[in-house]
Design a protein around this ligand. Structure first.
Ligand code: XMP
Length: 520
């Protein structure tokens, strides 16, 4: 579905590449609006005159397995400038009469791209020796290019690494300009946008603030809006936008599940009620949550109980506010993109994610979703412009079910207390060593095993604390952060020495996949 019919845009047709969202981010960074649509749902009739150019993404498919994907070739008759990337390059070539085959040498990683002829697309791309480093990831390759195309650059294994038909403004590249490993990838994308599609800059986070405030005012008028505030970046930015737009007609509800990080509720109340003077309803539901979770050990059950109870409480309190017409949610653009992975594997199926911001559909409220065209990094920029503190803006993501899923096994008050302390020591340590912003997400977890230790002359028999810190782009894949030994030692010593209940600390070095970021 194309969401925004008004703005000029670049349309990205997604064939399931893990990098599709990166293409969109690079374009947005160049201050141009773009949207992503799935190959399964785009047809020529849905492409209107706001579209100034098309990008065909990469993907895990083979162009010769036609039953696995769909591509409406009539799109090619519309005379848009087109850039095909990797699989997109192959499908463009094949659709116009070229040939694609499985290559003898699969190419993964960096390759030297050599200029073969001048091209608008690759202007300013090469060094003095006409070479540029590009990042490849493919098993198939184009073996014959369509008539009227010419080679503009080659790599050792890909003769047709970059091709063009400059009369039609069709371009294909076997490498990935959207990943940062491709040295001048942004230059290539910029050439495509401004020299070839001739689209004007129409997107900047600065304009967003005023535009979004105005749009909220137009949508909501004098009606009341409720908003579930979690204290995370997205809901905080939504709340502050609405606060600026409609002031006292905004009612935020903040539910303390008892499973938040240490002192989190105090910070949220302090920021939103005291500093920003918002209407904030604080609901302390610790007892209710812990009551329902007593003796529950199954991860999915925990998630469901927390999700359902959250909605019940949210509904209960929102009914107390009379004449509410709207519900504000921190839905982001990646949540809306319908290009479900072509292979069908989706993180949301691995765990039933519960998003604190949403869900009570039966409340029959109209939705206000001001962030629905934005990526997370754009939301962060917007937050800074809205003068939210850096602490809120740069906060690591925190899952809706909170500490419940960082404590495999049953949940008790004692364990929560121990875990909150350990987590705080770890996070404070990251901040002290200037590591917090280098890490996408970090936390401490409490494992349901006790091990033997010795402190002074005494035997101890206490819990095992697991530390996890990962780097990631979007949480879909992740790698562990490679701390210096002295840092891990310092944190481990602090935790074991100052927290009764933990006598051993381990560091999780698995990536995602095969693990997930959270433990449950
Ligand atoms: P996993 O564990 O699936 O986590 O690798 C990926 C990212 O999602 C966060 N997460 C959640 N966020 N509700 C949320 O709002 C949830 O139920 C939930 N479960 C996981 C997790 O913290 C990580 O950032």
């Amino acid at each position: 579905m194309i969401l925004n019919q008004k703005l000029d845009k670049i349309l990205i047709i997604d064939f399931g590449s893990q990098f599709t969202q990166l293409i969109a981010r690079r374009i947005r960074e160049l201050n141009v609006f773009c949207e992503i649509v799935s190959h399964k749902e785009i047809s020529v009739s849905k492409v209107n005159s706001n579209v100034k150019g098309l990008i065909l993404s990469g993907g895990p498919l083979n162009v010769y397995e036609k039953d696995k994907f769909s591509f409406d070739k009539n799109i090619l008759k519309k005379n848009f400038p087109i850039l095909g990337i990797c699989f997109g390059h192959q499908i463009l070539s094949k659709s116009l009469g070229g040939r694609v085959k499985q290559s003898k040498h699969r190419e993964f990683g960096l390759a030297n791209l050599k200029k073969k002829s001048n091209s608008k697309l690759l202007k300013g791309f090469f060094d003095k020796k006409n070479i540029s480093k590009v990042w490849m990831s493919h098993a198939d390759q184009v073996t014959k290019i369509p008539k009227s195309f010419k080679i503009i650059a080659s790599s050792q294994n890909s003769k047709f690494a970059a091709i063009e038909n400059d009369k039609k403004n069709y371009y294909g590249v076997q490498f990935h300009p959207e990943v940062t490993h491709t040295h001048n990838g942004k230059k290539l994308i910029s050439n495509f946008l401004f020299q070839i599609c001739k689209i004007k800059k129409n997107w900047s986070s600065k304009d967003q603030r005023l535009k979004l405030i105005k749009e909220i005012q137009n949508q909501v008028g004098n009606e009341k809006v409720i908003c579930a505030l979690s204290g995370g970046v997205d809901s905080s930015v939504v709340a502050q936008l609405l606060n600026k737009a409609i002031g006292k007609n905004l009612h935020c509800i903040f539910v303390n599940t008892g499973l938040l990080r240490k002192d989190e509720e105090k910070q949220v109340i302090n920021t939103f009620k005291r500093k920003l003077k918002m209407n904030l309803i604080y609901v302390n539901a610790e007892k209710e949550f812990l009551g329902k979770l007593r003796n529950v050990t199954d991860p999915e059950k925990k998630r469901k109980i927390i999700g359902n109870l959250f909605i019940k409480i949210f509904e209960r309190y929102s009914k107390k506010i009379k004449n509410v017409k709207f519900l504000a949610q921190g839905t982001l653009y990646p949540d809306l993109i319908e290009s479900k992975s072509v292979t069908g594997s989706q993180t949301s199926k691995i765990k039933s994610h519960h998003n604190v911001g949403g869900l009570p559909k039966k409340m029959k409220l109209k939705l206000v979703e001001p962030l629905k065209f934005l990526f997370k990094d754009e939301v962060r920029k917007l937050g800074l412009e809205l003068k939210l503190s850096k602490e809120i803006i740069s906060r690591h993501p925190f899952p809706g079910p909170g500490l419940a899923i960082r404590m495999p096994g049953n949940i008790t008050l004692e364990k929560i207390k121990i875990l909150k302390e350990a987590d705080q020591i770890f996070i404070d340590g990251l901040r002290r060593h200037n590591l917090y912003d280098k890490i996408w997400q970090a936390y401490a977890a409490l494992l349901p095993v006790k091990t033997v230790g010795v402190m002074g002359d005494n035997r101890t028999y206490e819990y095992l604390c697991l530390l996890r810190a990962i780097t990631s782009q979007d949480g879909m894949t992740a790698d562990y952060y490679d701390f210096k030994k002295t840092f891990i030692q310092e944190i481990s010593n602090k935790i074991v020495n100052s927290i009764r209940g933990i006598n051993r600390v381990v560091y999780d070095v698995t990536s995602k996949p095969p693990s997930t970021i959270e433990l449950e």
